[in-house]
Design a protein. Structure first.
Length: 123
């Protein structure tokens, strides 16, 4: 298939991609990225850290207050949804910065958990 200037779909794609490619070439910073986004820097991790792509599609994860997560005998309870993430659940991850981070479908406060990053357990 060749590019034809009267094809509206190809013209639109061309007008969107060319500036992105040019900006990437000039700055070395990609404007369109498939990488997971980063957690904000904290005292424990002043440089921040990146959420794994398996947990985050660029908008699913965020830091949450310890008040939003309860540590119970059966596991961690997400207060907003009532969902329990058991201690043996593979979605449970160690938090690199010692803070809670919750990754939920589409980043919504009422959706199911994709990953839950937790600080070391208290005893």
């Amino acid at each position: 298939m060749s590019y034809h200037p009267t094809d509206p779909v190809r013209r639109t794609l061309h007008s969107l991609l060319v500036p992105c490619i040019a900006a990437t070439a000039l700055t070395g910073v990609p404007l369109l990225s498939a990488a997971a986004h980063d957690a904000l820097p904290t005292a424990a991790k002043p440089q921040g850290w990146s959420y794994p792509f398996s947990c985050c599609s660029g908008y699913d994860c965020r830091e949450v207050s310890a008040r939003q997560i309860s540590e119970r005998p059966e596991g961690y309870v997400i207060k907003g949804t009532g969902e329990v993430v058991t201690y043996s659940d593979t979605r449970l991850k160690s938090s690199p910065d010692g803070e809670y981070h919750w990754c939920s479908v589409a980043g919504a406060d009422d959706s199911r958990t994709i990953c839950l990053f937790v600080p070391p357990r208290s005893y």
